[in-house]
Ligand binder design. Structure first.
Ligand SMILES: *[C@@H]1O[C@H](CO)[C@@H](O)[C@H](O)[C@H]1NC(C)=O
Ligand SMILES: *[C@@H]1O[C@H](CO)[C@@H](O)[C@H](O)[C@H]1NC(C)=O
Length: 183
């Protein structure tokens, strides 16, 4: 890759992380407070929303909701990646896993790979204001995380369970913020 190509890729990565506020045609604008009130049915979800959008500059001003959707999807992705790392570490290094646990974590490792793909596609589409199939990308990512949650839920106890629950809620929150785009 040329140096220029590399710089373009880096700039794109940085703008994605920072949620640079590039307006998408037709997207509504609102404050972080309004967006989080809209997307959250419970205090726990509201707190998670404020947390996911803590990096938005000037949160009291109206911003294109795409900014919120991008930040929330990136927060969900980071959470999912951390859990997948934890699952892989358990599989590699924890010799006291039961057969059921090992099976569940292998399953989660697989479905989380699919979830990361779907959520990455959603984040990429948001980055270029492309809403085509976006709702399906959200739903597929969410269903993949939920299939892992259901598997881990059936274990007597698991160090992964709390992490998977957080992933599920962050993915759901990202979807609810994405819905503000009218998808
Ligand atoms: C949330 O936003 C949607 C889309 O803009 C709107 O239709 C709905 O009334 C809002 N709901 C709340 C509770 O503000
Ligand atoms: C290893 O797995 C067992 C069984 O799930 C668990 O109780 C223990 O906390 C794990 N150890 C580490 C270091 O995660």
């Amino acid at each position: 890759m040329s140096l220029l190509g590399l710089l373009v890729v880096l700039a794109a990565a940085v703008s994605l992380v920072a949620g640079d506020g590039k307006p998408c045609p037709g997207a509504p604008s609102m404050t972080v407070e309004t967006a989080c009130r809209n997307a959250s049915g419970t205090q726990a979800m509201y707190d998670m929303c404020k947390d996911a959008l803590a990096g938005v500059p000037d949160p009291e001003s109206d911003h294109d909701v795409t900014v919120y959707a991008v930040d929330a999807e990136n927060a969900a992705l980071a959470s999912v990646r951390a859990t997948q790392d934890a699952a892989v570490r358990l599989l590699l290094y924890n010799s006291s896993l039961s057969g059921d646990e090992r099976g569940a974590y292998l399953f989660c490792e697989e479905v989380y790979t699919a979830a990361e793909h779907d959520m990455g596609v959603a984040a990429d589409k948001l980055g270029v204001c492309n809403l085509d199939g976006l709702a399906d990308d959200y739903v597929n990512g969410l269903l993949a995380v939920e299939s892992c949650r259901d598997r881990v839920l059936n274990l007597p106890a698991s160090p992964l369970y709390a992490m998977v629950l957080v992933d599920r809620n962050k993915a759901a929150l990202a979807f609810l913020l994405g819905k503000l785009l009218g998808i």
